[in-house]
Design a protein around this ligand. Structure first.
Ligand SMILES: Nc1ncnc2c1ncn2[C@@H]1O[C@H](COP(=O)(O)OP(=O)(O)OP(=O)(O)O)[C@@H](O)[C@H]1O
Ligand SMILES: [Mg+2]
Length: 326
Protein backbone atom coordinates (compact mmCIF):
# COMPACT_ATOMS: atom_id res chain seq x y z
CA UNK A 1 0.00 0.00 0.00
CA UNK A 2 1.21 3.49 -0.80
CA UNK A 3 2.02 5.75 2.14
CA UNK A 4 0.18 8.70 0.63
CA UNK A 5 -2.87 8.18 -1.58
CA UNK A 6 -4.78 11.15 -2.87
CA UNK A 7 -7.81 10.89 -5.10
CA UNK A 8 -9.56 13.89 -6.65
CA UNK A 9 -8.73 16.19 -3.76
CA UNK A 10 -10.35 19.61 -4.11
CA UNK A 11 -10.48 22.64 -1.87
CA UNK A 12 -12.31 25.85 -2.50
CA UNK A 13 -12.36 28.87 -0.22
CA UNK A 14 -15.21 31.30 0.05
CA UNK A 15 -13.88 34.77 0.50
CA UNK A 16 -15.84 37.97 0.92
CA UNK A 17 -15.11 40.65 -1.56
CA UNK A 18 -15.24 44.31 -0.58
CA UNK A 19 -15.44 47.07 -3.17
CA UNK A 20 -12.58 49.53 -2.97
CA UNK A 21 -12.94 52.77 -1.04
CA UNK A 22 -14.92 53.87 1.98
CA UNK A 23 -18.33 53.47 0.35
CA UNK A 24 -17.43 49.93 -0.62
CA UNK A 25 -16.43 49.16 2.93
CA UNK A 26 -19.68 50.60 4.29
CA UNK A 27 -21.80 48.77 1.76
CA UNK A 28 -19.88 45.62 2.64
CA UNK A 29 -21.15 45.92 6.21
CA UNK A 30 -24.59 44.65 5.31
CA UNK A 31 -24.27 43.32 1.83
CA UNK A 32 -21.32 40.97 1.48
CA UNK A 33 -20.44 39.61 -1.89
CA UNK A 34 -18.73 36.25 -1.89
CA UNK A 35 -16.34 34.84 -4.38
CA UNK A 36 -15.04 31.34 -4.55
CA UNK A 37 -11.38 30.50 -4.97
CA UNK A 38 -10.61 26.96 -6.04
CA UNK A 39 -7.19 26.52 -4.46
CA UNK A 40 -6.79 22.80 -5.19
CA UNK A 41 -8.61 21.10 -7.99
CA UNK A 42 -8.97 17.37 -8.48
CA UNK A 43 -5.49 16.45 -7.30
CA UNK A 44 -4.53 12.78 -7.37
CA UNK A 45 -1.23 11.43 -6.16
CA UNK A 46 0.44 8.27 -4.89
CA UNK A 47 3.63 8.30 -2.88
CA UNK A 48 5.43 5.13 -1.79
CA UNK A 49 7.37 4.62 1.40
CA UNK A 50 10.73 6.35 1.49
CA UNK A 51 10.11 8.57 -1.53
CA UNK A 52 11.36 12.17 -1.43
CA UNK A 53 9.00 14.10 -3.65
CA UNK A 54 9.40 17.73 -4.68
CA UNK A 55 6.16 19.65 -4.89
CA UNK A 56 6.64 22.62 -7.21
CA UNK A 57 4.50 25.44 -8.41
CA UNK A 58 4.28 29.22 -8.61
CA UNK A 59 2.88 31.37 -5.81
CA UNK A 60 -0.75 30.57 -5.10
CA UNK A 61 -0.65 27.25 -6.96
CA UNK A 62 -2.16 25.30 -4.08
CA UNK A 63 0.88 23.62 -2.53
CA UNK A 64 0.40 24.77 1.06
CA UNK A 65 -3.33 24.11 0.85
CA UNK A 66 -2.64 20.54 -0.28
CA UNK A 67 -0.12 19.96 2.51
CA UNK A 68 -2.56 21.40 5.04
CA UNK A 69 -5.25 18.97 3.91
CA UNK A 70 -2.82 16.07 4.12
CA UNK A 71 -1.97 17.21 7.64
CA UNK A 72 -5.60 17.48 8.64
CA UNK A 73 -5.49 21.25 9.20
CA UNK A 74 -7.99 21.81 6.42
CA UNK A 75 -11.05 19.85 5.47
CA UNK A 76 -11.30 19.22 1.72
CA UNK A 77 -14.32 20.37 -0.26
CA UNK A 78 -14.32 17.01 -2.03
CA UNK A 79 -12.06 14.09 -2.80
CA UNK A 80 -10.27 11.55 -0.69
CA UNK A 81 -6.85 11.11 0.84
CA UNK A 82 -5.19 8.61 3.12
CA UNK A 83 -1.79 8.93 4.69
CA UNK A 84 -0.47 5.81 6.42
CA UNK A 85 -4.02 4.52 6.14
CA UNK A 86 -5.54 7.50 7.99
CA UNK A 87 -7.89 10.13 6.65
CA UNK A 88 -5.90 13.16 7.82
CA UNK A 89 -8.83 15.47 8.61
CA UNK A 90 -10.30 12.94 11.02
CA UNK A 91 -7.35 13.94 13.19
CA UNK A 92 -6.88 10.57 14.83
CA UNK A 93 -4.24 10.44 17.53
CA UNK A 94 -2.63 7.49 15.76
CA UNK A 95 -2.02 9.72 12.76
CA UNK A 96 -0.84 12.75 14.71
CA UNK A 97 2.00 10.69 16.16
CA UNK A 98 3.26 9.54 12.79
CA UNK A 99 3.54 12.63 10.64
CA UNK A 100 4.83 16.18 10.88
CA UNK A 101 4.20 19.39 9.01
CA UNK A 102 6.81 22.12 8.91
CA UNK A 103 5.66 25.49 7.66
CA UNK A 104 8.78 27.49 6.92
CA UNK A 105 6.77 30.71 6.72
CA UNK A 106 5.37 30.26 10.19
CA UNK A 107 6.90 30.10 13.59
CA UNK A 108 5.63 27.03 15.38
CA UNK A 109 7.80 27.26 18.49
CA UNK A 110 7.08 29.23 21.64
CA UNK A 111 8.55 32.62 20.92
CA UNK A 112 9.61 33.59 24.44
CA UNK A 113 11.01 30.30 25.63
CA UNK A 114 14.57 29.12 25.18
CA UNK A 115 14.70 26.76 22.22
CA UNK A 116 15.37 23.73 24.40
CA UNK A 117 12.28 24.32 26.55
CA UNK A 118 10.11 24.97 23.57
CA UNK A 119 11.29 21.69 22.11
CA UNK A 120 10.73 19.94 25.42
CA UNK A 121 7.10 21.10 25.40
CA UNK A 122 6.73 19.63 21.94
CA UNK A 123 8.20 16.37 23.16
CA UNK A 124 5.70 16.32 26.05
CA UNK A 125 2.79 16.83 23.68
CA UNK A 126 3.90 13.73 21.81
CA UNK A 127 4.40 11.81 25.03
CA UNK A 128 8.14 11.30 24.70
CA UNK A 129 9.99 10.25 27.83
CA UNK A 130 12.73 12.54 29.14
CA UNK A 131 15.60 10.20 28.15
CA UNK A 132 14.07 9.72 24.71
CA UNK A 133 13.82 13.47 24.31
CA UNK A 134 17.39 14.07 25.47
CA UNK A 135 18.76 11.42 23.16
CA UNK A 136 16.87 12.58 20.07
CA UNK A 137 17.56 16.25 20.75
CA UNK A 138 21.25 15.52 21.25
CA UNK A 139 21.44 13.64 18.00
CA UNK A 140 19.47 16.11 15.88
CA UNK A 141 21.07 19.26 17.29
CA UNK A 142 24.48 17.73 16.67
CA UNK A 143 23.67 16.95 13.05
CA UNK A 144 22.28 20.41 12.48
CA UNK A 145 25.13 22.11 14.41
CA UNK A 146 22.75 24.05 16.61
CA UNK A 147 23.75 22.65 20.03
CA UNK A 148 25.21 25.89 21.30
CA UNK A 149 22.03 27.85 20.60
CA UNK A 150 19.56 25.71 22.50
CA UNK A 151 19.45 27.98 25.53
CA UNK A 152 18.71 31.08 23.46
CA UNK A 153 15.13 32.38 23.38
CA UNK A 154 13.45 31.47 20.10
CA UNK A 155 12.76 35.10 19.21
CA UNK A 156 16.48 35.86 19.51
CA UNK A 157 17.51 33.13 17.10
CA UNK A 158 18.51 33.97 13.56
CA UNK A 159 16.20 32.78 10.81
CA UNK A 160 18.42 29.82 9.99
CA UNK A 161 18.86 28.83 13.63
CA UNK A 162 15.13 29.02 14.19
CA UNK A 163 14.45 26.89 11.11
CA UNK A 164 16.84 24.23 12.38
CA UNK A 165 14.95 24.21 15.68
CA UNK A 166 11.62 23.99 13.84
CA UNK A 167 13.02 21.01 12.01
CA UNK A 168 14.06 19.37 15.27
CA UNK A 169 10.60 20.08 16.69
CA UNK A 170 8.94 18.31 13.80
CA UNK A 171 11.27 15.30 14.04
CA UNK A 172 11.33 14.66 17.78
CA UNK A 173 8.56 12.07 17.61
CA UNK A 174 10.24 10.38 14.63
CA UNK A 175 7.42 10.75 12.13
CA UNK A 176 7.15 8.34 9.22
CA UNK A 177 5.83 11.04 6.92
CA UNK A 178 7.13 14.59 6.67
CA UNK A 179 5.47 17.50 4.95
CA UNK A 180 8.00 20.28 4.52
CA UNK A 181 6.67 23.58 3.25
CA UNK A 182 9.61 25.77 2.28
CA UNK A 183 12.03 24.58 4.97
CA UNK A 184 14.94 26.57 3.55
CA UNK A 185 13.19 29.87 2.94
CA UNK A 186 15.47 32.80 3.62
CA UNK A 187 18.42 30.67 4.70
CA UNK A 188 21.94 31.56 3.65
CA UNK A 189 23.75 29.20 1.29
CA UNK A 190 25.62 27.41 4.06
CA UNK A 191 22.60 26.84 6.32
CA UNK A 192 20.46 25.77 3.40
CA UNK A 193 23.09 23.19 2.56
CA UNK A 194 23.26 21.90 6.12
CA UNK A 195 19.48 21.52 6.17
CA UNK A 196 19.47 19.77 2.80
CA UNK A 197 22.21 17.35 3.78
CA UNK A 198 20.40 16.64 6.99
CA UNK A 199 17.15 15.95 5.17
CA UNK A 200 18.77 13.70 2.63
CA UNK A 201 20.42 11.70 5.35
CA UNK A 202 17.21 11.50 7.31
CA UNK A 203 15.31 10.26 4.28
CA UNK A 204 17.96 7.64 3.46
CA UNK A 205 18.63 6.27 6.91
CA UNK A 206 15.07 6.20 8.18
CA UNK A 207 13.16 5.78 4.96
CA UNK A 208 10.97 8.69 5.97
CA UNK A 209 8.52 9.61 3.24
CA UNK A 210 8.93 13.31 2.45
CA UNK A 211 6.89 15.78 0.45
CA UNK A 212 8.81 19.02 0.06
CA UNK A 213 7.84 22.37 -1.40
CA UNK A 214 10.48 24.93 -2.21
CA UNK A 215 11.02 27.77 -4.59
CA UNK A 216 14.74 27.00 -4.62
CA UNK A 217 15.60 24.61 -7.39
CA UNK A 218 18.79 23.64 -5.56
CA UNK A 219 16.64 21.98 -2.89
CA UNK A 220 14.65 20.05 -5.43
CA UNK A 221 17.64 19.09 -7.56
CA UNK A 222 19.70 17.85 -4.64
CA UNK A 223 16.94 15.99 -2.87
CA UNK A 224 14.10 14.88 -5.08
CA UNK A 225 14.17 12.33 -7.84
CA UNK A 226 10.52 12.78 -8.41
CA UNK A 227 8.69 16.06 -8.77
CA UNK A 228 5.04 16.95 -8.91
CA UNK A 229 4.24 20.28 -10.51
CA UNK A 230 1.02 22.07 -9.71
CA UNK A 231 -0.37 25.24 -11.22
CA UNK A 232 -3.69 26.91 -10.48
CA UNK A 233 -4.63 24.00 -8.26
CA UNK A 234 -4.07 21.31 -10.89
CA UNK A 235 -1.20 18.88 -11.30
CA UNK A 236 0.26 19.01 -14.75
CA UNK A 237 3.46 17.03 -14.32
CA UNK A 238 4.36 14.08 -12.14
CA UNK A 239 7.59 12.30 -12.94
CA UNK A 240 11.35 12.35 -12.75
CA UNK A 241 13.07 15.71 -12.58
CA UNK A 242 15.22 15.03 -15.63
CA UNK A 243 12.11 14.31 -17.68
CA UNK A 244 11.03 17.92 -17.23
CA UNK A 245 14.04 19.06 -19.16
CA UNK A 246 13.38 16.47 -21.86
CA UNK A 247 9.75 17.32 -22.14
CA UNK A 248 9.65 21.07 -21.68
CA UNK A 249 13.00 22.39 -22.82
CA UNK A 250 12.68 22.46 -26.56
CA UNK A 251 16.28 23.51 -27.07
CA UNK A 252 19.86 23.26 -25.82
CA UNK A 253 22.58 25.82 -25.36
CA UNK A 254 25.75 25.68 -27.46
CA UNK A 255 28.72 27.56 -26.03
CA UNK A 256 31.46 28.58 -28.44
CA UNK A 257 34.98 29.85 -27.86
CA UNK A 258 36.02 31.80 -30.92
CA UNK A 259 39.50 32.70 -32.07
CA UNK A 260 40.22 36.27 -30.89
CA UNK A 261 40.22 39.35 -33.13
CA UNK A 262 38.47 37.51 -35.86
CA UNK A 263 35.54 38.61 -37.95
CA UNK A 264 33.59 35.84 -36.23
CA UNK A 265 33.21 38.10 -33.22
CA UNK A 266 30.72 40.12 -35.17
CA UNK A 267 29.55 37.39 -37.54
CA UNK A 268 25.87 37.03 -38.15
CA UNK A 269 24.79 34.01 -36.15
CA UNK A 270 21.07 34.10 -36.80
CA UNK A 271 21.39 31.27 -39.31
CA UNK A 272 22.62 29.00 -36.51
CA UNK A 273 20.37 29.95 -33.66
CA UNK A 274 19.44 32.67 -31.23
CA UNK A 275 22.35 34.41 -29.53
CA UNK A 276 21.59 34.52 -25.83
CA UNK A 277 24.95 35.82 -24.63
CA UNK A 278 27.89 37.41 -26.36
CA UNK A 279 31.22 38.17 -24.71
CA UNK A 280 34.64 38.82 -26.08
CA UNK A 281 35.69 35.55 -27.66
CA UNK A 282 32.70 33.56 -26.51
CA UNK A 283 29.12 33.10 -27.50
CA UNK A 284 26.04 31.26 -26.33
CA UNK A 285 23.54 30.02 -28.85
CA UNK A 286 20.07 28.69 -28.21
CA UNK A 287 19.35 25.87 -30.64
CA UNK A 288 16.31 23.64 -31.12
CA UNK A 289 17.08 20.21 -29.64
CA UNK A 290 17.10 18.10 -32.79
CA UNK A 291 19.09 20.73 -34.69
CA UNK A 292 22.04 20.61 -32.28
CA UNK A 293 24.22 18.16 -34.19
CA UNK A 294 23.81 19.69 -37.68
CA UNK A 295 24.31 23.14 -36.16
CA UNK A 296 27.54 22.14 -34.43
CA UNK A 297 28.76 20.66 -37.70
CA UNK A 298 27.97 23.81 -39.63
CA UNK A 299 29.57 26.01 -36.99
CA UNK A 300 32.78 23.97 -37.01
CA UNK A 301 32.88 24.16 -40.79
CA UNK A 302 32.31 27.86 -41.09
CA UNK A 303 33.91 29.54 -38.09
CA UNK A 304 37.34 29.41 -36.42
CA UNK A 305 36.19 27.69 -33.26
CA UNK A 306 38.64 26.99 -30.43
CA UNK A 307 36.25 25.06 -28.25
CA UNK A 308 32.59 24.32 -27.86
CA UNK A 309 30.16 22.74 -25.42
CA UNK A 310 26.54 21.68 -25.47
CA UNK A 311 24.49 22.17 -22.34
CA UNK A 312 20.98 21.50 -21.19
CA UNK A 313 18.93 24.55 -20.32
CA UNK A 314 19.16 25.07 -16.54
CA UNK A 315 16.17 23.47 -14.84
CA UNK A 316 15.32 26.79 -13.21
CA UNK A 317 14.92 28.35 -16.63
CA UNK A 318 12.80 25.47 -17.87
CA UNK A 319 10.44 25.75 -14.93
CA UNK A 320 10.19 29.50 -15.38
CA UNK A 321 9.16 29.00 -18.99
CA UNK A 322 6.68 26.28 -18.13
CA UNK A 323 4.97 28.61 -15.68
CA UNK A 324 5.04 31.55 -18.03
CA UNK A 325 3.26 29.50 -20.63
CA UNK A 326 0.70 28.74 -17.95
N1 LIG B 1 -7.64 30.53 4.06
C1 LIG B 1 -7.79 30.93 2.81
N2 LIG B 1 -8.86 31.66 2.44
C2 LIG B 1 -9.02 32.05 1.16
N3 LIG B 1 -8.17 31.77 0.17
C3 LIG B 1 -7.08 31.05 0.47
C4 LIG B 1 -6.83 30.59 1.80
N4 LIG B 1 -5.67 29.89 1.80
C5 LIG B 1 -5.22 29.92 0.52
N5 LIG B 1 -6.06 30.62 -0.27
C6 LIG B 1 -5.90 30.81 -1.72
O1 LIG B 1 -5.69 29.55 -2.31
C7 LIG B 1 -4.72 29.63 -3.35
C8 LIG B 1 -3.60 28.65 -3.09
O2 LIG B 1 -2.85 29.06 -1.96
P1 LIG B 1 -1.63 28.25 -1.39
O3 LIG B 1 -1.20 28.91 -0.13
O4 LIG B 1 -1.99 26.82 -1.31
O5 LIG B 1 -0.54 28.46 -2.53
P2 LIG B 1 0.98 27.97 -2.57
O6 LIG B 1 1.14 27.09 -3.75
O7 LIG B 1 1.39 27.44 -1.25
O8 LIG B 1 1.74 29.33 -2.89
P3 LIG B 1 3.16 29.91 -2.34
O9 LIG B 1 4.21 29.34 -3.24
O10 LIG B 1 3.03 31.37 -2.53
O11 LIG B 1 3.32 29.51 -0.91
C9 LIG B 1 -4.30 31.08 -3.41
O12 LIG B 1 -5.03 31.71 -4.43
C10 LIG B 1 -4.68 31.63 -2.05
O13 LIG B 1 -5.00 32.99 -2.14
MG1 LIG C 1 2.75 28.00 0.17
Amino acid sequence: MAVIEVQGLTKSFRTSKTDPGLMGAIRGLWKREHTEVVAVKDVSLRVEEGEFVGFLGPNGAGKTTTLKMLSGLLYPTSGEATVLGFRPWERKDGYRRQFALLLGQKNQLWWDLPARESLELNARIYGLSQPEFERTLGELSELLSIKDKLSTAVRELSLGERMKCELIASLLHQPKVLFLDEPTIGLDVVSAKVVREFLRRHNRTRRTTILLTSHYMADIQELCERVVIIDKGTIFFDGRLDQIVDRFAGYKIITLQLAPSDASATADMTAFGEVVERNEGSLKLKVVRDRVIPTVKALLDQLPILDFGVEEVPIEEVIRQVFQRG
